[in-house]
Design a protein around this ligand. Structure first.
Ligand code: CMX
Length: 423
């Protein structure tokens, strides 16, 4: 890891100086206000965190280290990891070295398979995946350095080491969860000649004669990598990480938040919705019928999965990337056609309905249809894929927070009585 480590060793002192001078010159600048409504409303829109790995703009979507997502759609997940951590894309040598590091640590400890195989057969794949991440906590390099009394200026280094070792194992772990939970037969060993994303596709063990599943996995793992610091999973992980719990605790905790249906689990909900439509109509229904179905769902007090977002006010560029992939590779697929038709119908319905602030599709509206096409039909598994990717952003954010010495999180809460008396 010497190239990545050296790069960060060069950059971190400058980042620290920047933050130090910002705080000393402008420490009392007001960057946000909080209304009573926001305090009851999930702190939506309150600016109270700093995240340098990525930002989400309402009208562009995800911007990674200053690069709009759709401008870097071709890069590998490993390249995006390097970009998240350092702010630069890796050159050939840095990429090779990072890939070798990931390969070196790709094997999941044997005790994890024993734990996973002993879990109830109907466990949710996310419960299995997150349990496994947590159970590997004893592997933490950070914890042993901390116990030996490492200088706090160096906390980020063993955190980075933990991060690389954990990210390295996630494809094998995710594929193992898939094969154990859905009784797909023996585990498949990593193929060390493959890159991180393609190797994951290989270990899932699905038929993939045209290699497009490998392409899809690289894209999927790149697209879901980060979404700034305030989303529920990153925020949870950052809070845990801020207590100096190691990355195994922090990542597992954050991914538990990703397992909620309003967050990462929406991809499972979304495909379920699309398949229900296909089964009800025996294929892709006409748009008129789709519209009626959406209205019925809204009238029954249910959300349209895959639509809306807390920050975005445009079609999610990650959705656009998946739709483009689908148009190129699976345009005649029934399930994909329903997704395309929903894109024409749902925004108009939600606009007319008048509640959702963002009527446009989010990342989850299209991804499931592509996975389903390539034989990954067990949709309760989809959030595991999301997790493998999102761990990169979460880990990068925690490494940077440790480098900058961000203290333990502790926002202040107030009581309803206090609000009555003070508003
Ligand atoms: N269908 C129907 N109603 C919706 C809606 C949708 N897709 N999206 C928002 N609304 C409703 C909300 O339920 C809320 O209704 P109430 O006022 O009755 O409570 C109202 O519109 C206002 O919500 P909002 O401010 O626009 O949205 P939030 O920031 O509160 O929530 C989100 C954002 C994503 C949870 C919400 O849009 C939603 O539930 N979408 C469907 C689930 C989904 O696709 N989640 C994946 C998000 C991607 C991710 O972060 O992982």
């Amino acid at each position: 890891m010497s190239i990545l480590l050296k790069k960060l060793e060069q950059k971190i002192p400058n980042w620290r100086d920047d933050v130090k001078s910002l705080v000393s010159n402008s420490g009392s600048s007001i960057i946000s206000e909080v209304t009573l409504k926001q305090a009851y409303g999930g702190m939506r829109g309150v600016k109270g965190l700093v995240c340098d790995t990525s930002s989400v703009s309402a009208d562009t979507g995800l911007i990674i280290r200053g690069k709009p997502l759709l401008d870097i759609i071709e890069i590998l997940p490993e390249e995006v990891l390097y970009l998240l951590l350092t702010g630069d894309l890796p050159d050939g040598a840095a990429l090779n070295e990072l890939q070798s590091n990931l390969q070196e640590h790709a094997v999941v400890p044997e005790y994890i398979w024993t734990i996973l195989k002993s879990m109830p057969k109907d466990s949710h794949p996310m419960a299995m995946f997150n349990t496994a991440v947590l159970a590997m906590e004893k592997e933490s390099v950070f914890r042993s350095y901390y116990d030996e009394g490492i200088n706090k200026n160096d906390f980020w280094k063993p955190t980075l080491e933990d991060g690389i070792r954990l990210i390295a194992k996630l494809p094998a772990l995710g594929a193992g969860v898939y094969r154990i939970r859905f009784e797909k037969g023996d585990l498949i060993s990593p193929d060390l000649s493959l890159d991180w994303g393609a190797n994951y596709a290989h270990m899932l063990g699905l038929d993939n004669p045209d290699n497009n599943l490998k392409k899809l996995m690289r894209l999927y793992l790149m697209l879901h990598c980060d979404h700034e610091g305030g989303n529920a999973s990153a925020f949870t992980s950052l809070t845990i990480g801020s207590t100096l719990s190691d990355l195994y605790y922090a990542v597992s905790g954050g991914l538990n938040a990703l397992a909620g249906p309003l967050h990462g689990l929406a991809n499972q909900e979304c495909l379920k919705f699309v398949l229900e439509i296909r089964d009800e109509f025996g294929g892709a229904p006409p748009k008129k019928e789709l519209e009626e179905l959406c209205w019925n769902r809204l009238q029954n007090g249910r959300v349209i999965p895959g639509y809306g977002h807390a920050v975005l006010r445009c079609p999610d560029p990650r959705f656009t990337a998946f739709i483009n992939f689908g148009k190129e590779h699976i345009k005649d697929d029934d399930v994909f056609s329903i997704v395309e038709n929903l894109f024409e119908v749902v925004p108009k319905v939600l606009q007319k309905h008048g509640k959702a602030k963002n009527p446009w599709p989010n990342v989850d509206a299209a991804s499931g249809a592509l996975l389903y096409h390539y034989g990954l039909t067990e949709f309760s598994y989809y959030t595991v894929l999301f997790s493998i990717s999102r761990a990169m952003g979460i880990i990068s954010q925690i490494v940077l927070n440790r480098a900058l010495g961000i203290p333990i999180m502790r926002p202040k809460s107030v009581t309803t009585n206090w609000l009555k008396e003070n508003s």
